[in-house]
Design a protein around this ligand. Structure first.
Ligand code: SUD
Ligand code: ADP
Length: 278
């Protein structure tokens, strides 16, 4: 069996406003996504027997519910292919950190198997299929830094700065659904997110204060990183990040806090590594 390797990058939400709620309970967002150069690696081998086999189950995730397996099954059903796949995941993106690792893994499986199986689905069709797996999946298929509205699926390319990030991972696994369900969550943000993007000090994350109340260790970590500049939480947390103009600045900040917190320095990407112009 021949395995082919594909990258699945993490994302940051550079700003995130909750602007409403749909009748089905899902929240309407305005957010800016960008990819960073922390990646899982997904290895895929085509099988003739139609089976979807996860060779490397992720601790704590039921293999049948792993987003890579669900993505492969969804593409099988949508395309009608008789082919299957063996999947290996080399996981580097922390789970439950608001870095979108599971969603990115799923997107990479959809993009890569679409090629390996010769399904010929368009990028837009893959985005719609991805949305059935999670609100964060479409942007990883879209492949460009993006302003997102709706529940995260209405995407417009936006300009993001060349930047480096200090990302800290406090010791908390934040359940996304619980934060969205909180009575404390602001659901009527009105400030235009695009106007605030160019000014780092005006960026914000409406989920942040709710997470800080439930998980004081995240608040503490955010407070520490804020000593160096306008730090923000990504997505529903728990990771917090600080944007820096240079790698050297980011390394200096990280060195100051690395005794207290797990984390890393990453480069902001301009495109998803699998992005190709159509
Ligand atoms: C908050 C964000 C911001 O990018 O990221 P993460 O922190 O998860 O990375 C996303 O909106 C998360 O997207 P994703 O993680 O794919 O969420 P899903 O699996 O679709 O949904 C998990 C649960 O969160 C709630 N949910 C999710 C998205 C949304 N726009 N409104 C919601 O209310 C729903 O209760 C849903 O059942
Ligand atoms: N391949 C996968 N990688 C990571 N998480 C997965 C995967 N498949 C399913 N999951 C589930 O999705 C949840 C959210 O994971 P992830 O996308 O990494 O975090 P977040 O939503 O905080 O950005 C995990 O807690 C896990 O239960």
């Amino acid at each position: 069996m021949t395995f082919h390797a594909f990258p699945a990058p993490a994302k940051l939400n550079l700003s995130l406003h909750v602007v409403g709620r749909r009748a089905d309970g899902y929240h309407l967002l305005e957010t800016v996504f960008r990819f960073i150069d922390l990646c899982d690696t997904i290895e895929l081998a085509v099988r003739d027997d139609g089976a979807i086999v996860l060779d490397t189950p992720t601790p704590g995730v039921d293999p049948a519910l792993d987003l890579t397996v669900r993505a492969a099954r969804a593409l099988q059903a949508a395309s009608g292919t008789r082919l299957g796949a063996s999947i290996r995941i080399d996981k580097r993106i922390p789970m439950g950190g608001g870095l979108g690792g599971g969603s990115s893994d799923a997107a990479t499986v959809l993009l890569a198997l679409n090629r390996l199986w010769g399904c010929g689905l368009s990028r837009t069709a893959l985005q719609m299929l991805g949305l059935t797996l999670g609100a964060d999946v479409p942007v990883f298929i879209y492949g460009r830094p993006a302003f997102a509205s709706g529940i995260g699926e209405e995407l417009t390319t936006c300009v993001v700065p060349d930047a480096w990030y200090v990302v800290l991972h406090p010791d908390a696994h934040v359940p996304t659904a619980k934060i969205f369900a909180s009575e404390l969550l602001t659901r009527n943000s009105t400030i235009s997110i695009m106007r605030s993007l160019s000014d780092v000090t005006r960026r914000r994350n409406d989920m942040q204060s709710v997470v800080f109340q439930e998980f004081p260790q995240v608040a503490k970590c955010h407070q520490r990183l804020s000593e160096f500049g306008p730090a923000l939480m990504t997505g529903s947390g728990s990771c917090v990040f600080l944007e820096c103009e240079t790698e050297q600045q980011a390394n200096t900040v990280y060195r100051s806090v690395s005794d207290e917190y797990r984390g890393f320095v990453v480069k902001g990407l301009q495109d998803h590594p699998l992005y190709e112009t159509d």
